[in-house]
Design a protein around this ligand. Structure first.
Ligand code: ATP
Ligand code: MG
Length: 555
């Protein structure tokens, strides 16, 4: 592949060293989403990174739903996440897991800590626990319940499970160090009472483990070697290590952090996307203006383009933000040679060829993609009445203008040379019809006498043209104002993020089915909408225009 980087990323260096030193003899990774929303482009990075490492080292990759928190999780999201991971090409084979399946083991793990004198039941309220925790500059205070006996702790914890206590009345805490400079190590809560119905375990439990306790156990149970997460968990690593050490797992997993992927001026946070959906600003989690995986798929992005994008982003320890233009670059590069180039007119005016035989329609052969012969050819109708783009004619052209103006000859793509002879306009100057004559000798787009034209324009034959709905997009947020409103933190929504218009297209395009994508000559790449396209009446979403300001950074 072009631009392939030979240098390894820092995670690969860690893995190489682990394998060399015999810390592990295999590589086992996982992607652990919380089923509380749709996956987005940032998650794609994590999925492809974890899956890619498993592939590269001939190891294993798990998809594990981190569903230990019963408040926000929904089964609906489980299905969408599975579909998205699969679509991206990450194959978990038969290794699909749910953290909630380990609740028994987690309970046993907590009992083990109690027996070792490493955990205690605490009666302080949440506020008191916070108060006792101290600050970054001051050590915390030990809980008065910290020195309960093992027997008492075992009994109280059992009673917590049996439902003797109300929510928040008692918690189980790890007994570590209230003076630790790392706040996460100051006797963190590892189990809480919460009377909530869980989507998987129903009402079996009224106590639930906290993330920092549950996650390392999940990894250890599954035999994960390298537990890759994002930077915000860096300060939690000592606790992760503490949990796997105290629970005496024979092959403790190792946590490695990398920087989250951020896109400049793009909304990724679940909270904001939810608000856009609820306020009806977008038409759902897969609205093509969003960057959820489902939205990107609907917009017409391919798994290949997203893999390429993630590869270009690299893996790093430093937070940074990537320009959306790079994502656009990747989809253009991916579709450029793969998809047919068709003609569609977004802002039409009529072109009448006055010397073309009245009423005649002929069929011309056109390559589907002049840069890729493998895509074959198609027949397109041609007659004396065509649609062309409004901006391909000018009554008073500036000097460098190469397209149609009175007296100028241009090429109609895949067809003939035509010379502009006149036009008809409304009283307000709006052009309605452009007139021209054609040279029958130039069929196919070349003159036998070798004369050249400077401009080539695209067109659609009028009597056979299909009229379809087309949607053009801009960023959902107003880039000038910035993503978030400085006063109240709300989103600065761009009122022009969606333009619905219509286009005349060549008949072949009427066959498009949801997810089929094409290049529309000069107008960009378009994809048939999966929800709104009907048989014979596709609706096209613009994936990306053809113009780019993005330059691939030199390796
Ligand atoms: P968000 O709040 O944006 O939905 P999250 O971290 O709460 O993200 P999880 O379901 O907990 O979502 O994340 C699953 C995995 O994806 C975690 O390992 C997390 O670190 C990773 N991840 C989440 N966001 C990003 C991102 N922007 N870039 C890379 N990895 C990410
Ligand atoms: Mg989360």
């Amino acid at each position: 592949m072009e631009n392939e980087t030979v240098s390894k990323n820092f995670i690969e260096n860690i893995i190489d060293k682990d394998l060399e030193e015999g810390v592990y003899d295999t590589v086992h990774t996982r992607f652990p989403p919380e089923p509380n929303g749709y996956l987005h482009i940032g998650h794609a990075k994590s999925i492809l990174l974890n899956y890619g490492l498993a592939q590269k080292y001939k190891g294993k990759f798990n998809l594990r739903f981190d569903d230990t928190n019963p408040t926000k999780e929904k089964s609906e999201f489980v299905e969408s996440i599975k579909a998205d991971v699969k679509w991206l090409g990450a194959d978990w084979e038969d290794r699909l897991f749910f953290a909630s399946d380990y609740f028994d083991q987690m309970y046993e793990a907590a009992v083990k800590l109690i027996k070792k004198g490493k955990a205690f039941v605490c009666d302080l309220t949440a506020d008191q626990i916070r108060e006792y925790r101290g600050t970054l500059t001051e050590p915390g205070k030990e809980s008065p319940y910290r020195n309960r006996t093992v027997e008492e702790n075992l009994q109280l914890f059992e009673e917590m499970r049996e439902g003797k206590y109300g929510d928040g009345e008692k918690v189980l805490r790890a007994k570590i160090d209230m003076a630790s400079p790392n706040m996460n190590m100051r006797d963190p809560v590892i189990y809480r009472v919460a009377r909530m119905t869980h989507h998987n375990t129903g009402d079996k439990w009224c106590i639930y483990p906290m993330y920092d306790f549950a996650h390392p156990i999940e990894d250890a149970i599954e035999g994960v070697t390298h537990s890759i997460c994002t930077l915000e968990f860096e300060d939690h690593r000592p606790l992760y290590d503490w949990v796997v050490k105290e629970l005496e797992y024979p092959h403790p997993p190792k946590q490695i952090e990398f920087a989250k992927l951020y896109l400049t001026n793009v909304v990724t946070g679940k909270r904001y996307i939810k608000k856009l959906v609820e306020d009806g600003i977008v038409d759902g989690w897969d609205d093509p203006r969003l960057v959820s995986i489902a939205a990107l798929r609907r917009r017409g992005f391919t798994p290949e383009s997203i893999r390429k994008f993630v590869e270009l982003c690299g893996v790093s320890k430093a937070n940074s933000s990537v320009d959306y233009a790079m994502l656009e670059y990747c989809i253009r590069e991916d579709l450029k040679l793969k998809r047919p180039r068709m003609m569609a007119i977004l802002d039409p005016i009529k072109l009448v060829i006055d010397n073309y035989p009245e009423g005649q329609v002929e069929y011309l052969e056109a390559p589907n993609n002049m840069e890729n012969e493998e895509l074959g050819t198609r027949k397109i109708p041609f007659s004396g009445e065509l649609y062309i783009e409004r901006d391909d004619f000018m009554a008073e052209p500036p000097k460098k203008y190469k397209r149609l103006y009175i007296g100028n000859e241009v090429r109609l793509m895949n067809a003939y040379f035509v010379t502009c002879t006149g036009y008809e306009a409304d009283d307000d100057g709006t052009i309605r019809v452009v007139h021209c004559t054609y040279d029958p000798e130039t069929k196919g787009g070349n003159a036998p006498d070798g004369r050249k034209v400077k401009g080539t324009i695209h067109w659609v034959e009028a009597s056979n043209a299909g009229k379809v709905e087309v949607r053009l997009y801009e960023n959902i947020v107003d880039e000038e104002k910035g993503v978030y409103n400085k006063e109240d933190g709300s989103l600065n929504v761009n009122p022009n993020s969606l333009t619905v218009t219509s286009a005349y297209v060549e008949p072949e395009l009427l066959k498009a089915k949801g997810y089929d994508s094409y290049q529309f000559v000069r107008n960009g790449f378009f994809c048939a909408d999966i929800h709104d396209s009907r048989e014979g009446a596709p609706v096209f979403n613009r994936i990306v225009s053809l113009k780019s300001s993005f330059k691939l950074p030199k390796a």
